[in-house]
Design a protein around this ligand. Structure first.
Ligand code: ZN
Length: 585
């Protein structure tokens, strides 16, 4: 599957297949104004909420938010990966998929990024195998339950203790350092020209996407330097929220055993893999996202979360519970004894014990409800608070039988009538809707900016000059705008090709269906400048609010020197605010 000349193949598939015809294979559509509508297959739809726009090649559900292009539809509907969906649609469109034979000159920008990462991956790997610290690194990994075979199979590497080893290597290979900078491999020097290596004196773990292509790296110190773990920053090809470490290797095992273990770090993943527990993935320290859950759901509905038994681990697992419930998966959980993590079991030769814990994993929901009962009994929280917390989670259960089971169970445990519980769940739903509304209002400006530049891409330059990205708070919108500013915009279908992540496709499809909000060019220009102004002012107001708090605190502590400094800072910001407000509008 390596290096298919995706972009051109995908464009051809899109040219040949009509999105309306494709979706009509799965549900019936009727014409409504400029688009087509039908019952959405991705949620329990009573009124047709799924809209399809032939010209732009997108679908979007106005109720559940599902959206994207033909590939997005097929991926969701048949639980496929992006490249599987390309294969499937290529077959239907009668487009031949050939191994790429394109020259360096014609290679797309993304290909160059992947190629660079792959070269760097081999470079670090070679270094681990051949450098004078080789034995030390290999011994260290062996002590953590990671063998030489695993080092080879996962191409683990070592970044040497120099400032420019990688810089020199890339220069020798004629890779522009600006490309490596975009991947977060090297960093521009502050005062002088040139770059230096980001990763030094670290064991390197290549992070791969589901097709096994290197998208980033994780680096772990060997000598106890801080930070202990350091990962590549996000880039055009690395979106943390949609990558699960190890899934490229483990997906077939997950499918085969119909079960996935979710662990926290790559060390845990690798030591499990070494002992033959190969149906796992690691979340790499970021909290689990909806994209992660959707990704896993393609392979199994049975998820076992294995987190540390400490307070942080329990907290993390609650977030995980909510994310999975929203995707219709009820996860199980293994609570490890305090101080243990999966790799400590494996390196101590206690894998049987670990296996038994996994076999005996309990529903995370049960663990969560029992924790609330305990907290209530121990007087840590009131009954109403405990019941409300459980109700907040119960309302997310999709399966109605499971839901009524848990309502009954909770009612009995807390001595609350089912009716009461149901009304609490309704109340909590209402609160969530309110919150959703305010959040929507806050990111309306950001969405509007996206709509405007998709209609008038010539304004992208202006966004670049204004450093707009710094002021965007919604992550998906940020991702799309960043990509647009960096690589420009041709049309919606080819923009969608650049994002295989579900939630980013949804933002784009939504934008397309609301593009009528954007009027003629002159008005759009004014709207754009207003939006940017509002975002900047909002940021300033936040800083001012924070400064006021700090000033109060300094006063209370009678720290007058600090107070004076803060007041000066405050005045500067007020001046900035004035000039933005007074400036052109
Ligand atoms: Zn829907």
């Amino acid at each position: 599957m390596e290096n298919l000349a995706y972009e051109s193949v995908i464009k051809e598939i899109k040219r040949r297949l009509s999105i309306v015809n494709l979706i009509e294979n799965y549900l019936s559509l009727r014409r409504s104004g400029k688009s087509y509508v039908g019952l959405c297959p991705f949620h329990d739809d009573k009124n047709p909420s799924l809209h399809v726009n032939e010209e732009k090649g997108v679908f979007h559900c106005f109720a559940c938010g599902a959206g994207g292009d033909i590939f997005g539809f097929i991926m969701r509907y048949n639980n496929l990966t992006f490249s599987e969906s390309v294969k499937e649609l290529a077959r239907r469109a009668d487009v031949k998929l050939e191994k790429s034979s394109i020259s360096v000159k014609n290679r797309s920008k993304r290909d160059i990024l992947f190629k660079t990462n792959s070269l760097v991956c081999s470079f670090y790997h070679e270094f681990l195998r051949r450098s004078k610290r080789s034995k030390e690194v290999i011994d260290y990994l062996a002590g953590r339950g990671i063998s030489l075979e695993i080092i080879k199979e996962f191409q683990l590497g070592y970044a040497p203790d120099e400032w420019d080893t990688l810089v020199q290597f890339l220069t020798a290979k004629n890779i522009p350092l600006s490309v490596a900078e975009r991947l977060g491999l090297v960093i521009k020097r502050n005062n002088k020209d040139g770059y230096y290596d980001r990763f030094r004196k670290r064991i390197m773990f290549p992070i791969k996407d589901i097709d096994g292509k290197v998208v980033g790296f994780g680096g772990r110190t060997l000598d106890g330097d801080e930070p202990k773990y350091m990962n590549s920053p996000e880039s055009e090809i690395y979106h943390k929220k949609s990558v699960l470490f190890g899934l490229d290797k483990s997906r077939d095992f997950i499918r085969k055993f119909d079960k996935a273990l979710v662990v926290e770090g790559y060390m845990d993943f690798l030591s499990l893999y070494f002992t033959g527990i190969k149906n796992a993935v690691a979340t790499l320290g970021t909290s689990l996202t909806r994209d992660h859950a959707m990704l896993l759901k393609r392979y199994t509905d049975k998820v076992v979360v294995v987190f540390d038994g400490d307070e942080a681990g329990i907290k993390a697992s609650l977030r995980v519970l909510q994310v999975f419930l929203e995707e219709g998966v009820s996860p199980l959980m293994v609570v490890l004894p305090k101080g243990d993590d999966p790799s400590s079991f494996i390196s101590a030769g206690r894998q049987d014990e670990f296996q038994r814990l996994v076999e005996g994993a309990a529903p995370l929901l049960d663990i969560f409800i029992e924790k609330n009962i305990r907290d209530f009994q121990e007087g840590k929280i009131t009954r109403s608070r405990a019941v409300q917390e459980v109700a907040d989670v119960l309302k997310k259960i999709k399966d109605s039988i499971e839901k009524s089971h848990y309502i009954k169970k909770t009612g009995e445990s807390f001595g609350v009538r089912e009716n009461e519980l149901l009304s609490l769940m309704k109340y909590s739903e209402k609160l969530e809707k309110e919150r959703f509304k305010t959040k929507k209002a806050a990111d309306t400006q950001e969405r509007l900016i996206l709509k405007i530049v998709l209609k008038f891409p010539e304004y992208l330059n202006y966004l670049r000059e204004e450093n707009l990205i710094d002021f965007i708070s919604e992550n998906d919108i940020k991702t799309v705008l960043k990509e647009l500013i960096l690589n420009g915009f041709d049309d919606v279908p080819s923009l969608l090709i650049r994002f295989s992540s579900g939630s980013v496709q949804e933002i784009i499809s939504e934008t397309v269906f609301f593009s009528d909000d954007v009027p003629d060019e002159a008005t759009a220009w004014k709207m754009l400048r207003d939006c940017i102004r509002t975002l900047k002012l909002r940021r300033l107001e936040d800083s001012l609010r924070l400064l006021r708090l700090k000033i109060d605190q300094a006063l209370a502590m009678k720290n007058f020197i600090l107070e004076k400094e803060l007041i000066k800072e405050y005045r500067d910001l007020v001046e900035q605010e004035k000039s933005i407000k007074g400036g052109s509008s």
